[in-house]
Design a protein around this ligand. Structure first.
Ligand code: ATP
Ligand code: MG
Length: 425
C-alpha cells in the first residue's frame, strides 16, 4: 500500500451529522434572507492581496499573519479570501451596482486564515455573510439584528447573547485612539506581547484581547462610547431604543471593537458561553468608509458574518440535529429476473413521490441481509420483488415500523397506496 496523504491541518472534511448541521444552518439562513428580500451573490475565493491589505488593514492580525498568500504564474500576489466583505465591496464597485441604488445581498462559502487550529477555530472555515449598501440610518442596522435573531429562532438555538457597541465616527475614533494609547502606555510593561505590538499599530484591538491577564487593564481603559460624536450617539440611541421596543435583549459591551479596521458606528456580536473561548457565532457592524477606501464613490454600508462551524457545533451540542435515518421506502430484490423491474419501480416511485427517499438494494445479498439493510436504512416500508411477483406484476409491501400484515399489490396500485391513503406518508 502507498503512504497515505493527510488533509491540511485546520482544514476539515465535513460529513455525517456535521454535514447535516451544515446544511441546516445554510438552508435556514437562505430562507430567512429571502424572507427579508435579500439577493444572493457569488464571489471568487481568490482575490488580489492588495484588496485585503487595503480593506482589512495592513496592521490587522489577518493581513499581518493569517493570510494564505501566493504569487500566481504571472507573478501577481493573490490571497485566499480570509473574509467576504472585501470581495463583496469590490464586486459592487466593479459591476456598477452602487449607482443610486440600495443593495442587500448575502453569500456563503469557505474562508481561509492561518490561525492556530482549536475548537471553533480552523484554517478553512465557512461564513454566511450579509451586506447592505446605500443606507445610512439606524433602521437597517436594526433590520440586520432582527434577521439574525429570527435565524436563531428558526434554528431553535438558545442562549445567544446580543452585544452591541458604537465605534463612532472616524474622527471620534481617531481622537479616542490617542486617549487610549496614552492610557495603555502607562501599563506598557504589564502588557502581553500581542498587546505591546498592537499598542501602536492597532490599539483598539487591545480591548478585544482574549488574554485574562489583560482584563484588569482593559477594564480601566477610557471608553469609546463615552467619546462618541453627537450624530453617532443619536444613531446608537435609536438602535438601542428600537431593540428595547421590539423586545430584543442586548448588552452594551464598551470593549466590543471588532478585529477589522473598517468598522464605524454600530458594531454587534452574538455570543454564546457554550463553545469555550470561541463564543462569537456572528459579528458585524457598519463600515461607511470602506467603499471609498477601495476606490468607489462614498457609500454607507453595514453587514455581518456568521461562523457556520460554530453554529453547527451549537446545533449539535444543543441537540437540535438528530441523526435521522434517511430512507422512506427500501426495495428488496429477491431473484434473477427482478433487477430491471426493480429499477423501473424505483424510478416510478421517485417520480410520483418527490419528497420520499426511495432506496433500491444494490450489491445483491441474501433475502435476510437485504432486510437487515432495509431496517437499518430507517425506511418505513420494504417493497419485496421476487421472481414470482415479477411474473404476476405484483409487489409485496411490508411495514418495517408497525406490526401490520404484509400486503400484496398490483404494480399499478402502488402509487395510490402511498399517495391516496395519506396515512402511509
Ligand atoms: P475571533 O475574535 O473569534 O477571531 P474575528 O473577529 O476574527 O473572530 P470575524 O472576522 O468577524 O471574526 O468573522 C466573523 C465570524 O466568523 C466570527 O464571529 C466567527 O464565528 C467566524 N470565524 C472567524 N474566524 C474563524 C475561524 N478561524 N474558524 C472558524 N470560524 C471563524
Ligand atoms: Mg480572528
Amino acid at each position: 500500500m502507498s503512504k497515505q496523504i493527510s488533509a491540511i491541518r485546520g482544514m476539515n472534511d465535513i460529513y455525517g451529522l456535521q454535514s447535516q448541521a451544515f446544511s441546516t444552518v445554510l438552508a435556514g439562513a437562505e430562507q430567512v434572507l429571502q424572507q427579508y428580500g435579500y439577493q444572493q451573490i457569488r464571489l471568487p475565493i481568490v482575490e488580489k492581496t492588495e484588496l485585503f491589505a487595503r480593506s482589512i488593514g495592513e496592521v490587522t492580525d489577518i493581513v499581518e499573519k493569517e493570510m494564505y498568500t501566493f504569487s500566481d504564474r504571472n507573478g501577481d500576489s493573490l490571497s485566499l479570501r480570509p473574509e467576504g466583505t472585501a470581495g463583496c465591496v469590490r464586486a459592487m464597485i466593479e459591476n456598477g451596482l452602487l449607482h443610486n441604488q440600495v443593495q442587500k445581498v448575502y453569500y456563503s462559502g469557505p474562508m481561509f486564515r492561518h490561525e492556530r487550529p482549536q475548537k471553533g477555530r480552523y484554517r478553512q472555515f465557512h461564513q454566511f455573510g450579509v451586506e447592505v449598501f446605500g443606507l445610512e440610518g439606524p433602521d437597517i442596522d436594526i433590520e440586520l439584528i432582527l434577521l439574525s435573531a429570527r435565524l436563531w429562532d428558526a434554528l431553535g438555538l438558545e442562549n445567544l447573547e446580543l452585544q452591541i457597541n458604537s465605534l463612532g465616527s472616524q474622527q471620534a475614533r481617531a481622537d479616542y485612539r490617542e486617549q487610549l494609547v496614552r492610557y495603555l502606555t502607562q501599563y506598557q510593561d504589564q502588557l502581553d506581547e500581542d498587546s505591546q505590538r498592537r499598542l501602536h499599530t492597532n490599539p483598539l484591538r487591545v480591548l478585544d484581547s482574549k488574554n485574562p491577564a489583560m482584563a484588569e487593564i482593559v477594564a480601566g481603559a477610557p471608553k469609546l462610547i463615552d467619546a462618541l460624536d453627537e450624530a453617532s450617539r443619536h444613531h446608537f440611541d435609536q438602535v438601542c431604543s428600537a431593540l428595547d421596543s421590539l423586545g430584543i435583549e442586548y448588552v452594551v459591551n464598551p470593549n466590543l471593537v471588532r478585529g477589522l479596521d473598517y468598522y464605524n458606528r454600530t458594531v454587534f456580536e452574538w455570543v454564546t458561553t457554550e463553545l469555550g473561548a470561541q463564543g462569537t457565532v456572528c459579528a458585524g457592524g457598519r463600515y461607511d468608509g470602506l467603499v471609498e477606501q477601495i476606490g468607489g464613490k462614498s457609500t454607507p454600508a453595514v453587514g455581518f458574518a456568521m461562523g457556520i462551524e460554530r453554529l453547527m457545533a451549537l446545533l449539535v451540542d444543543q441537540q437540535k440535529i438528530v441523526e435521522t435515518p434517511s430512507a422512506d421506502i427500501f426495495i428488496v430484490l429477491a431473484g434473477p429476473s427482478t433487477l430491471q423491474p426493480g429499477l423501473v419501480m424505483a424510478e416510478m416511485l421517485r417520480e410520483a413521490l418527490p419528497n420520499q427517499t426511495v432506496v433500491m438494494n444494490c450489491g445483491g445479498g441474501s433475502f435476510k441481509s437485504q432486510f437487515k439493510k432495509a431496517d437499518k436504512s430507517g425506511a418505513r416500508y420494504a417493497l419485496i420483488l421476487g421472481d414470482d411477483e415479477v411474473a404476476k406484476q405484483q409487489v409485496t409491501i411490508k411495514s418495517l415500523r408497525e406490526d401490520a400484515e404484509q400486503k400484496t399489490l398490483e404494480w399499478d396500485q402502488l402509487i395510490s397506496f402511498f399517495t391516496v391513503d395519506k396515512k402511509h406518508n
